[in-house]
Ligand binder design. Structure first.
Ligand code: C2E
Ligand code: MG
Ligand code: MG
Length: 510
């Protein structure tokens, strides 16, 4: 019997029972009235009120059952025609009834997986559309059967279908995620083969590992975002990357403008170590937004927006000003001064006052330009125009060294490297990560270092976080290294302490 029929039957019985209750109550009251002298009117109102209450209750029960039934069964009407598979919630019910409580309780051991068996943005011809529907139907049946396995009960699975993807929720360790992904891949390919589905079937999984600070709504969105990014580059399993999260600050532009006005941006410094001199020879200035509303915000969350909105120039000039202020103060206090590199976005090169502003700030604090380096990203090579090159040349004319940052992320146009007026090449962390564990990664890093040397560039490696990496880089004549192995980016006071007390300088630690 369908749930709808069941709901109707329950409400009919409820009504019949109510009628009987009414008659009985009424008779009792008539009897009581005769015996104890109640007025008929009082008795009638009493019984009537009771009946109205009970009817109200019955209507509520009916609507509630019927409503749940409608929500769960609404898949019947959608494009994919998942037939009677009412075990699949729709997104709204899945979120609010299916998983919200579970997620709130166990977010940090939960997984939300968004899954589709094909690229969802492809437009299918009508004959293929039938196959798409068919495939989704077979998958729905298999997934229902899969999660009914009693062995999986402890992972508390819930699933739903939304537009063109399935959503799964479960709790457990990483191994269970790996198993489910493996099984679903196997199921998908098997079904496509068994039913002769002639689509380009390729399973895509977007995974969001639960986080108690992230709402269930956001968590579901994040899983879908991860899946879509995988689809766009044929990457089957993609984990949502929190660091690439573009948190939207309410009215971002004015939030950043206010932050500038209220002096909420702080500069952290990360030391750079010279491998053969065995000493710290510089540091990189990295901005942090210490917001009273959002807390400590990482630059990855707002630099992109600042670039697109044009406010990046103000942010970078603010950072440069703080750096110059600090250098002037260190000079006054007779402290050791190391050159500081400042990140500049290539977008702001198009700001007509860029060079004048840089010169203005440096002069205002009487800082020797040799103490400032400009870090520009590898994107610069892609945007390689005469104009960009002319700006880089102007920076060097002032006495500011130019450092090409994140080298190797894109290798966008390696041939352009020879045309760029740069002094230092910074090898991206992604090229350094595996050098101590992967022979090929080591060879690539070696090749990049010797290429830079052949072009008379100094080389610095970023993201060095262990001694094995440091040793390999030293063996291969990398000039400088920067990374958590020595120090994370530090606030000014901590940096001063670090430089005066650290255990690395002049010591045979490498
Ligand atoms: P970047 O210039 O490539 O900076 C290096 C990033 O790697 C920094 O992240 C740093 O904290 C991190 N890092 C350094 N060593 C390690 C390590 O050993 N392990 C790991 N996991 N990470 C390491 P941060 O400070 O979050 O900055 C991210 C990016 O934001 C920077 O990348 C830069 O592109 C941009 N940025 C930061 N400050 C500014 C600024 O003042 N202006 C502009 N335009 N961009 C900035
Ligand atoms: Mg940098
Ligand atoms: Mg970098």
């Amino acid at each position: 019997m369908s749930k709808k029929a069941l709901a109707e039957m329950i409400s009919t019985i409820a009504l019949a029972v109510l009628t009987v209750v009414y008659v009985v109550l009424y008779s009792v009251l008539v009897f009581a009235n005769e015996k104890y002298g109640f007025s008929y009117l009082t008795s009638f109102i009493f019984a009537g009120g009771l009946v109205v209450l009970i009817i109200g209750l019955a209507i509520f029960v009916f609507l509630w059952i019927n409503e749940t039934n409608i929500q769960k069964g609404s898949l019947n009407e959608n494009f994919y025609n998942l037939g009677k598979r009412i075990e699949f919630y729709n997104l709204d019910t899945f979120t609010k009834i299916g998983i919200r409580r579970k997620y709130q309780k166990n977010a940090d051991r939960s997984f939300i997986v968004s899954y589709s068996p094909i690229k969802t943005n492809v437009i299918y011809e009508s004959y293929q559309a039938d196959q798409v529907k068919e495939l989704y139907g077979y998958l729905a049946d298999e997934f229902i059967a899969y999660f009914k396995n009693p062995n999986l009960a402890k992972i508390k699975p819930s699933y739903c279908f939304d537009k063109n993807s399935f959503l799964f929720y479960f709790e457990g360790e990483d191994e269970i995620l790996e198993k489910i992904i493996k099984d679903f891949e196997e199921i998908t390919f098997r079904l496509a083969k068994e039913h002769d589905i002639r689509l380009f079937v390729q399973p895509y999984f977007g995974v969001y590992k639960g986080n108690p600070d992230v709402s269930v709504f956001q968590a579901i969105d994040n899983a879908a975002i991860a899946r879509k990014s995988g689809e766009s580059r044929f990457d089957s399993v993609v984990f949502f990357d929190e660091t690439k999260d573009t948190t939207t600050f309410e009215n971002e532009l004015s939030a950043i403008m206010n932050a500038l006005k209220n002096d909420e941006f702080e500069v952290y410094y990360q030391p750079k170590y010279h491998l053969s001199h065995r000493t710290f020879v510089g540091m990189e200035a990295l901005v942090r937004w210490n917001s009273p509303v959002y807390g400590m915000v990482s630059p990855v969350k707002f630099i992109n927006f600042a670039e697109n909105s044009g406010i990046i120039h103000d942010v970078d000039m603010h950072v440069l000003e703080k750096v110059c202020q600090d250098i002037a103060e260190w000079k006054k206090r007779g402290k050791r001064i190391l050159p500081v590199s400042v990140n500049f976005s290539v977008y702001e090169f198009y700001c007509p006052t860029f060079i004048d502003d840089v010169v203005g700030v440096i002069e205002k604090y009487g800082v020797n330009p040799m103490l400032i380096e400009a870090e520009v990203t590898e994107e610069t090579t892609a945007v390689n125009s005469f104009f960009v090159i002319s700006i880089l040349k102007k920076l060097r004319d002032i006495g500011i060294k130019v450092l090409l940052d994140d080298f190797g992320v894109a290798f966008s146009n390696i041939g352009n490297l020879k045309k760029l007026p740069i002094d230092i090449l910074k090898v991206d962390k992604s090229l350094i990560d595996d050098i101590a564990i992967d022979h090929k990664a080591k060879e690539i890093a070696k090749a990049v270092i010797s290429m830079a040397k052949a072009m008379n560039l100094l080389v610095i490696a970023e993201g060095v976080d262990n001694i094995e990496q440091a040793n390999i880089l030293a063996e291969n004549r990398c000039d400088m290294i920067q990374g958590y192995y020595f120090a994370k980016p530090l606030p000014k006071k901590e940096l001063e302490k670090f430089l005066s007390t650290n255990a690395f300088e002049k010591k045979e630690v490498l």
